[in-house]
Design a protein around this ligand. Structure first.
Ligand code: CA
Length: 581
């Protein structure tokens, strides 16, 4: 047994309270090096009466390691624990300080989870894990009020450029809510809607005002109310890392330099404000002079922005915030942000834009979730780019699941494209079969799936600005078959709780392989998902007790016989199988 590879530490993703009664313990071992692991647990003040050996399950694996997991419900909410690792005749007891061949006599040196304090538990809003989101870029979704159109507006459907306008607005979204209801989505994430000079509105001029080309506060309020009537939640984009060049306090600094009372609202290295060799004399988003970074440590800035966050929840009833460039803002700010936002709406969803591993923000005191781009990469690498085989794909997924407490995975925001990437269909080089396969995985995986507007009717688009085309509304130009696929996929996810919060077990994923089989299980409910990521017909065989399974898409029934289920799938085919009772 390679003890150097064995890892555990208290808290974080290794020992955390899942809910007010339950602690999850995890242990890492070298891959395929250990055959059995037990948690040795008890109450530190009543060890002899409570001590117990609990078997751990190999929950997931990545390239080098296996991750073992178990659930414990300590009666007094305290837990002392160690581990017992076995392989053949070899057995080791793991304490906080040692590996021992003999069972330790007293629990003194074991790990300690001192107490489950409810306030410390990571709790994302319950509704999030059941939600299906739809991302809207408001300037390009629908023009519902031409009286608000910006000067020089272009005819709907023209070529998107970095600086042109097509007149999309909030009334346009109101006019097309039937489209969203028919599709079945239950949440909208809007990119920014506050007053700004650009078409993407990430250069905020006034955080307290809806962009006049989009509508006003009343239009937003009406939109939110109508969404709520349809069971759709609304998320707005909070661009708090930086403001826009025309944001009044920044204008004041530009005009008054060091004399400005707002000079400390920003990070200014040198007056007067200038750009030298492409580098601004003040901190910005990237090196973009029109997006000056806000000093979120400054009490006035903090108060101003936190008030903005509260204001739009109170005034319009929105259901949460997506936080732009969230990783470049200080943690203290986000901790206060969470307190203030949850005080006005305990059910608000706080979603950070972080493109990489995000554990420091997902401990329960800051965000409920992040935009899960590592998930995006894994799926695209497997289905689209072909750089991962089936085994490597499950290792990439296992790696992600092992990094977070389970509640973070259940609330993760899983996207395959956005306004910041080429569209999924374009990434798939026009292959709708691959697009469907990638989406099928997305919708049968824990977390909240999000569809980027227009993907569902077959829109394509290269990297920004091309991915921000005007939505196609003429039915004859929409791919209605594709729309039906997404509608059905959402329906299947909604009617099978195991697809949302069930455990995930890969049943088949060979090195060099292109087929994948996995089980989602919740209580007595179990589903099988089969994917053929290959340009040829493949037969997938998995060990299953005898019984019948029905394909949720085709209705076809398959029989598991003599302990084996065999399903033939066309190129890039898939099946979501439910047991026939
Ligand atoms: Ca308009």
């Amino acid at each position: 047994m390679q003890l150097e590879a064995v890892y555990h530490r208290p808290k974080l993703n290794w020992a955390y309270a899942y809910d007010e009664k339950t602690i999850h313990l995890r242990l890492r071992t070298k891959k395929n090096d250990v055959s059995e692991v037990f948690a040795w647990t008890g109450d530190k003040y009543a060890w002899d009466d409570t001590k117990e050996l609990i078997p751990m399950e190999r929950a997931c694996s990545d390239v080098m390691f296996d991750y073992w997991e178990c659930e414990v419900q300590p009666p007094f909410r305290r837990l002392k624990y160690g581990f017992l690792l076995k392989n053949g005749d070899e057995a080791w007891w793991m304490t906080e300080t040692d590996f021992l061949q003999e069972r330790p006599k007293v629990p003194d040196r074991l790990f300690d989870f001192p107490f489950i304090n409810p306030v410390d538990i990571f709790k994302a809003p319950e509704w999030v894990k059941d939600a299906v989101f739809y991302q809207i870029f408001p300037e390009r979704f629908a023009n519902g009020d031409s009286s608000l159109d910006p000067e020089g507006v272009l005819p709907w459907g023209g070529k998107p450029e970095r600086d042109n306008f097509f007149g999309g607005d909030l009334q346009g979204v109101i006019d097309h809510l039937d489209h969203l209801t028919e599709l079945g989505v239950t949440g909208i994430y809007f990119t920014p809607v506050f007053e700004a000079t650009t078409n993407h509105k990430y250069d905020t001029q006034d955080y307290m005002k809806i962009d006049p080309h989009f509508g006003d506060k009343d239009t937003l309020k009406k939109l939110v109310d109508l969404c709520h009537e349809r069971g759709i939640r609304v998320l707005l984009d909070a661009v708090f890392n930086h403001a826009g060049r025309t944001f009044a306090p920044f204008v004041d600094v530009r005009e008054n330099g060091e004399q400005s009372k707002y000079k400390d609202w920003f990070h200014i290295r040198e007056f007067p404000l200038n750009v030298k060799d492409g580098i601004p004399t003040y901190d910005t988003f990237a090196f973009e002079p029109m997006m000056p970074k806000l000093n979120t440590e400054h009490p006035e800035v903090k108060e101003y922005l936190l008030n903005v966050a509260e204001y739009w929840i109170k005034e319009t009833g929105i259901d949460g915030w997506r936080l732009d460039v969230a990783n470049e803002v200080d943690h203290y700010f986000w901790r206060e942000f969470r307190q203030r936002v949850k005080a006005v709406n305990p059910d608000a969803y706080i979603l950070g834009e972080i493109w990489h591993e995000a554990s420091p923000w997902l401990q329960g005191d800051q965000f409920d979730a992040v935009m899960n781009y590592p998930f995006t990469d894994a799926v695209l690498d497997f289905v689209v780019r072909g750089t991962l085989d089936a085994r490597q794909f499950t290792e990439a997924i296992g790696r992600q699941l092992s990094r977070y407490p389970r509640q973070a995975s259940e609330a993760a925001f899983n996207l395959l494209d956005s306004h910041d990437t080429p569209r999924l269909l374009t990434l798939c080089e026009g292959s709708k079969s691959k697009m469907k396969l990638a989406s099928l995985f997305q919708f049968t995986y824990p977390g909240t799936p999000c569809i980027y507007y227009g993907d569902e009717i077959g829109m394509d688009g290269e990297q920004d600005p091309d991915c921000r085309k005007c939505m196609v509304w003429e039915e004859e130009n929409q791919d209605r078959m594709l729309f039906d696929f997404y509608r059905r996929l959402i329906e299947v996810r909604k009617s099978n709780p195991a697809l949302r919060t069930g455990s995930l077990h890969f049943l088949q994923a060979e090195a060099g392989g292109t087929t994948l089989a996995y089980e989602r299980r919740l209580g007595d409910e179990s589903l099988l998902v089969l994917l053929n990521n290959d340009a040829t017909i493949q037969t997938i065989q998995v060990a299953q007790p005898d019984g019948s399974w029905k394909d949720e898409f085709t209705g076809e029934v398959y029989e598991a016989k003599r302990g084996r289920l065999s399903v033939k799938l066309p190129a890039y085919g898939y099946a979501i199988l439910v047991p026939v009772k």
